[in-house]
Design a protein around this ligand. Structure first.
Ligand code: NAG
Length: 506
């Protein structure tokens, strides 16, 4: 077919006369040329086709070149069929197909084991691969004897799916499955167990102790529950199980000392005490910083539960109470709440006077310093005016607006104001009067004077009687003109007048 054939022809009249050669022929599917192709295909040349391997020929295989044209290809090539390969008892034949090149796989039914070849191919002369296999029923040999155990039933051979049960002797624990069956590969599955001695050691945990569960000796599946002694916390699983490998699972816990957290109290400082880590019974003592006061307990102890006991204190700002001074008002100053260094200034209301310090400062102890003042009513002293008596009026103590009225004793004349009022400044207003003695000195003079007045008066009466009343009265009136209006003649004047009148008419 790879021969190149070149036609050298004249396209004109010559063609009619000279017989033409054929080109390389083209066959049908799955066929080739039987012999080597000739160099040229002159008129009358015969070519024979042949089916490819595995293909069956039908029809005439030859074609002839006639005057440049090949006769039609009559040959057809069909794939060879191998047909059925036969039957396998207790097995299946799985055909890919039955024609040339197709494959066949033989399988045995479950419980049967194949003896022989399982794969076949359809060849040009039938199935390739030899004889069909045989499917033999599965049988297992007896499993090996167990050390420290046995199994049942005991036989020479076991059928497919037959089961044996294993047992371990007393004090031995089975590692593996107690049941095993004859499987399709002719072996017992799963593999036989082993009989082993399982013994776990005492679950020894430092600072821990047995709480509940199994007691020694600890065999397979023994379970113990452990606990830590007070002051220790468990790290790990409390309950442990003795496993096949004679170890506790999930693994022994540890007991760690209980620790209290580093305690923090706002606005407080720790004084000398335990240092972290704070184990049980550690103590820490707090003191509030200046200006803060503690609520709670200063000294805390780390408890078994890892908590500080009796419970951390708090430090709150020291506050002074709202100061109250009777009869006083607060002036501009700090407003409540009164922290340390707040100041309040008081002034007494009208009519009261302060004892103490006006401006108070809230001290670190929550007390006002230097100490709240008091406002006492303003009092006037008991007023004392010499030679005077107090008339009806206020009684001591003399508060503001109390009044006292004085009158001089006989023989004394007042200078100033009789009635005095206690002023806001504690002073009598407008100011105490004085009582001055009338003219003359001493008691003797007074007595003499009195006698003279008496005699004078007698003489006047007599004089008026003897020397004419009208004249005497007239004289008296005239004499009075020399005295100030509304001023009564003094005793001296009275005496002088009487004496004068008496002298004239005597
Ligand atoms: C139990 O059997 C398994 C599987 O054969 C093995 O790997 C394991 O070590 C055995 N355990 C003990 C404790 O003997």
């Amino acid at each position: 077919m790879d021969v190149t054939y070149v036609l050298l022809l004249s396209s004109l009249g010559l063609a009619q006369v000279i017989a033409q050669d054929c080109r390389v022929p083209v066959g049908g599917n799955n066929m080739g040329f039987k012999d080597d192709l000739p160099q040229t295909f002159p008129n009358g040349t015969k070519v024979i086709f042949e089916c490819n391997v595995g293909y069956m020929p039908a029809g005439s295989p030859s074609i002839t070149c006639t005057n440049g044209t090949w006769s039609p290809v009559k040959l057809t090539c069909e794939r060879k069929s191998c047909g059925s390969a036969g039957e396998v008892e207790n097995g299946d034949l799985n055909y890919e197909g039955t024609e040339f090149g197709d494959k066949l796989v033989v399988t045995c039914k479950t419980g049967y084991i194949m003896v022989g070849n399982s794969q076949f191919t359809c060849g040009k002369d039938g199935w390739l691969g030899g004889r069909l296999p045989v499917c033999e029923a599965v049988a297992c040999d007896a499993p090996p004897m167990l050390t420290n155990g046995d199994f049942s039933p005991v036989r020479d051979s076991y059928n497919y799916l037959e089961v044996v049960q294993y047992k371990c002797q007393k004090d031995y624990t089975m590692n593996g499955s107690s049941l095993s069956s004859c499987s399709k590969d002719g072996k017992f599955q799963p593999a036989p167990p082993t009989c082993i001695v399982v013994q776990c050691k005492d679950p020894d945990v430092t600072n821990g102790e047995w709480m509940s569960g199994s007691r020694p000796p600890y065999k397979y599946k023994s379970a113990v529950t452990l606990q830590c002694i007070p002051g220790y916390n468990m790290n790990g699983a409390q309950t442990q199980r003795c496993e096949l490998n004679s170890q506790w699972a999930p693994g022994l816990p540890t007991c760690e000392p209980v620790l209290c957290e580093d305690p923090d109290v706002k606005n407080a400082a720790k004084e000398e005490g335990s240092k972290p880590p704070y184990k049980v019974k550690s103590t820490v003592t707090f003191s509030c910083v200046s200006g803060y006061t503690m609520t709670g307990t200063r000294t805390q102890t780390c408890g078994l539960n890892g908590q500080w006991a009796p419970g951390l204190p708090t430090c709150a700002p020291v506050l002074c109470e709202d100061p109250d001074v009777k009869n006083a008002a607060k002036e501009e100053g700090s407003k409540p709440p009164y922290k340390v260094k707040s100041t309040v200034t008081f002034s007494c209301v009208s009519g009261y006077t302060m004892t103490g310090t006006r401006t108070q400062t809230c001290g670190l102890n929550g007390q006002w310093a230097p100490g709240l003042p008091t406002c006492e009513p303003v009092l006037c002293e008991d007023p004392d005016v010499k030679n005077a008596a107090k008339e009806e009026g206020s009684k001591p103590p003399y508060k503001v607006k109390s009044t006292v009225t004085f009158s001089c004793v006989s023989g004394y004349t007042m200078t100033g104001t009789r009635t005095q009022t206690c002023g806001l400044n504690g002073q009598w207003a407008p100011g105490l009067p004085t009582c001055a003695q009338n003219k003359g000195n001493g008691m003797a003079i007074g007595l003499g004077l009195g006698l003279t007045v008496l005699i004078g008066s007698v003489l006047t009466v007599l004089g008026c009687y003897f020397c004419g009343v009208p004249a005497c009265i007239k004289e008296k009136k005239r004499s009075r003109r020399g005295f100030p209006v509304n001023a009564a003649p003094s005793a001296d004047e009275e005496v002088a007048l009487s004496v004068r009148c008496a002298a004239r008419y005597t």
